[in-house]
Structure formats: structure tokens, C-alpha cells
Design a protein around this ligand. Structure first.
Ligand code: SAH
Length: 415
């Protein structure tokens, strides 16, 4: 099939950059991940740097024997010294490159059948779209952009052009991801880049339901788009149930379960602002009768209190924030997930459902399942996995970058 919608590969007008560019030379035996198209090159793999590149410059990557492997952008202040962008020696990393990559990501979202029932979607998902450090989320035409690598920050103008021209943006607002920007020593650049950014929350539609998104001060870029499919999957279990929605944020799971017949939903979150928005979202979808409750509390303490009081629910949702930010934190985070889910399992009625999530990239699916096993053992309950869940299709997992698989969910039946 001829694919007319995709950008065509054109031969660059400028000559290949290969001769002129500075280069990094790898230590011997450190070429494997680069050959496998892993997009991150850590400083520890580099033997020497030729041609005195400045941070933000395009560099070639070569083996110890002089073989050309890839091309990327260097930042010697970061642990990830080179962001690899191309494995084609004829491809230049210039304004057109960034524009084309961004346009490709936008077009692929437009053709994704799983996104046809929503006007809120992630248009660009970093390395998975060949754009390290670029996140662009579209909320009914209002785009929130995060640029968390030096490479991406320097390409701001081309990325913005592509978003405006290909995604039909009404506005583009840049927000900082402070944790990631620190790693790259980037300066704050938050602000409106294009159009009139809404001061009021934006209304989006997801699977026929309506949600308000605060694109200026909400968490992440405002809404957890990655859980879109999981909300729909879980909702099917919820007719005539009581749901304990822990780490509710703005109540997206609450509204989805209520729309599928949940009789009562208790939202627990430590953020009063998030709960206020959850109330507004419930009002916005008031077609179904559901008794909502809102509890501003620290989740661990609140769950223990309810457990001690002998309370149980048909459905318990545990969708905590990221517990592990790096590999050093894996053990501690695994213990926290286990403790949380032990209490969570105890709060499920016999035959009820626990929806357990982890968005820690460094905790892989196998480890998360082991953690859930330990939690079940300690809770003294038998637990069946009925569905394994992942992130929505606008957060694609790149095979050469397994770290892009970060969201894991287990829909469990607790016996
Ligand atoms: N399930 C939500 C997303 C959850 S994000 C959705 O689908 O939209 C994690 C939430 O946990 C955030 O809203 C944050 O405010 C809340 N949170 C973080 N730490 C918490 C704690 N210790 N106790 C209660 N809530 C917490």
C-alpha cells in the first residue's frame, strides 16, 4: 500500500554531515546498544571526544575502530551524554529533521483508531517517537509541551512550527518537567509559545465522557492520558458496585466507573485542588446516579484506618504516583508497592476487583507481578490476574527502548 499520509524520505540537499562533524569514540565493546538503536548514550561508554563539540552540537558516534554508527546531540553536563537521533549517515540533524519527526508523530496519532473517541491525546512521546525529551499533549487543541533535553530545547522553534501546522493547535504552552530538566542543566522556559492559552480549565472528551483539564497548573501536563484505555477496561466491572478510588487525582476513574453503573465512589487524594476538580468532573457527567465522596488524606494512613475499621469494597483502585525515580530506588519502591497493595487487597470483598498500577519505569512487569504476589501472601488472600494492562497507544513502547514501557496494571480478582 502506498502511504501518502506519511512524510516521504527525501535525499538531503546539504551534503552528509559525516566529514565535518565532531565525534565521540566509544570504548571497545560498548557499541552494542548503539547498534540496537537504543537512543541513549551514557558518558561511561565514551572513550574520547574529537573536534571539541559544544553542548547542543550534533556529533557522530563511532566505534573504537572508526566505524560510523549513529548521530546525535551531545550534552557533556548530563549523564546521558549523547541523545541519539539517527542511524542513517545521510541524514542531517537540522531544523527540517525536528519538523519532520514531530509531523510524523502527529500524523500517526491522527490515524490511530484507538484515539478516535477522544480529543485529548499525547501527540509526541519522547524517544518512542524519535524525539528524546519532547512531550506534547493535546487537550482539545490546546497543546502542552515539555522539552526536557538540551537537544529538544534547542529545537523548540521547529517543533512548535510542526505542532501549529500539522496538529492545528489553538495554543501551545510550554511547561517544565523540573526533575528531568535538572539532569540536563536546563533553564526554566515555561510560558505561552503560541496562540491564546486558556486561563480556565479546558473541557475534553474521552470515550464519551467529559473532563476539565487545567493545562496551566495541573499535574504532569494536566491529565493522565496514559490511563485512557484502562479506565474503559475497568469500568466494565463496575455495575452496582462501591468503588474505592485511591490516588484519584481529578476523578477520571471515578467518572468512568460511575458511567458504567457504580453506585458509590469514594475518591481519596492528598490534593484538595485535585478533589475540587474531581467534583467538577462528576457534575459535568451527572447523567448517571452515583453517590460520590471526596476524602483529602494521605492514602497509606487512610487505607490502614479503613482496614482497621473492617471496611471492604467491591472495587479498589490503587494508582499511586511514581515511587521509583532511578534504579537505586527499586528496592525501597518495591516495598512501598507491596505494603500499599497488601492493605489494598485486604480492603476488597471476596470476589471483588483490585486494579493495581505502577508508573515507575524502572519496576518492570515481572517485578511488579512478584510484588503483587508478596502482597497477596502477606494479606492471606488468593488473587487471580484477570487482565494485564499497559499504557494507552498514544504512549507507544519502542522495542529498542524498553524503558518506554512504564505503566503496568494488574486487574485482579481477590478471592
Ligand atoms: N488515577 C489518576 C491519576 C493518579 S496520579 C487518574 O487516572 O487521573 C497520583 C495522585 O496521587 C495525584 O493526584 C497525587 O495528588 C496523589 N498523591 C500523591 N501522594 C499521595 C499520598 N501520599 N496520599 C494520597 N494521595 C497522594
Amino acid at each position: 500500500m502506498v502511504d501518502t499520509d506519511m512524510p516521504t524520505e527525501s535525499v538531503p540537499i546539504t551534503p552528509p554531515q559525516a566529514q565535518a562533524l565532531p565525534a565521540v569514540v566509544l570504548k571497545s565493546g560498548r557499541d552494542k546498544s548503539v547498534r540496537a538503536h537504543h537512543p541513549r548514550l551514557f558518558s561511561g561508554a565514551i572513550k574520547l571526544t574529537e573536534g571539541r563539540p559544544k553542548d547542543g552540537n550534533v556529533v557522530d558516534v563511532r566505534t573504537n575502530n572508526g566505524e560510523w554508527l549513529a548521530r546525535g546531540i551531545i550534552n557533556q553536563q548530563a549523564q546521558i551524554a549523547v541523545r541519539l537521533l539517527s542511524w542513517d549517515p545521510t541524514e542531517s540533524i537540522d531544523d527540517q529533521f525536528w519538523y519532520k519527526r514531530t509531523a510524523r508523530a502527529v500524523k500517526l496519532r491522527r490515524r490511530d483508531p484507538l484515539l478516535s473517541h477522544t480529543n485529548a491525546r499525547r501527540l509526541v512521546f519522547g524517544e518512542s517517537d524519535g524525539l528524546p525529551g519532547v512531550i506534547a499533549d493535546d487537550y482539545a487543541g490546546h497543546i502542552v509541551l515539555q522539552l526536557s533535553t538540551l537537544a529538544a530545547a534547542n529545537a523548540r522553534a521547529s517543533i512548535l512550527d510542526a505542532l501549529v501546522q500539522c496538529a492545528g493547535a489553538l495554543s501551545v504552552t510550554e511547561r517544565n518537567d523540573e526533575e528531568r530538566m535538572r539532569h540536563e542543566h536546563l533553564r526554566d522556559n515555561a510560558g505561552v509559545l503560541y496562540g491564546y492559552a486558556p486561563q480556565e480549565p479546558v473541557e475534553i472528551t474521552e470515550n464519551g465522557l467529559h473532563f476539565l483539564v487545567d493545562v496551566n497548573t495541573g499535574q504532569k501536563t494536566g491529565f493522565y492520558l496514559d490511563q485512557r484505555e484502562n479506565r474503559a477496561r475497568l469500568a466494565r466491572y463496575c455495575a452496582d458496585t462501591t468503588v474505592l478510588n485511591v490516588f484519584s487525582y481529578t476523578g477520571a476513574f471515578a467518572v468512568a466507573t460511575a458511567a458504567h453503573g457504580a453506585a458509590r465512589v469514594i475518591n481519596i487524594d492528598s490534593s484538595p485542588d485535585a478533589l475540587r476538580m474531581a467534583e467538577a468532573n462528576a457534575r459535568l457527567n451527572s447523567g448517571t446516579p452515583c453517590l460520590y465522596e471526596y476524602v483529602a488524606a494521605e492514602a497509606f494512613a487512610e487505607l490502614r484506618r479503613r482496614r482497621a475499621a473492617g471496611e471492604q469494597y467491591d472495587i479498589v483502585i490503587l494508582d499511586p504516583p511514581k515511587f521509583a525515580h532511578s534504579t537505586e530506588q527499586i528496592d525501597r519502591a518495591a516495598r512501598a508497592y507491596k505494603d500499599l497493595n497488601r492493605v489494598g487487597i485486604g480492603l476488597v470483598k471476596a470476589g471483588g476487583i483490585l486494579a493495581a498500577f505502577s508508573c515507575s519505569g524502572v519496576i518492570d512487569a515481572a517485578l511488579f507481578q512478584k510484588v503483587m504476589f508478596s502482597a497477596a501472601v502477606e494479606a492471606g488472600r488468593d488473587v487471580q490476574i484477570v487482565e494485564k494492562l499497559s499504557q494507552a497507544s498514544d504512549h507507544p513502547i519502542l522495542l529498542s527502548f524498553p524503558e518506554s514501557e512504564y505503566l503496568k496494571g494488574l486487574l485482579c480478582r481477590v478471592l
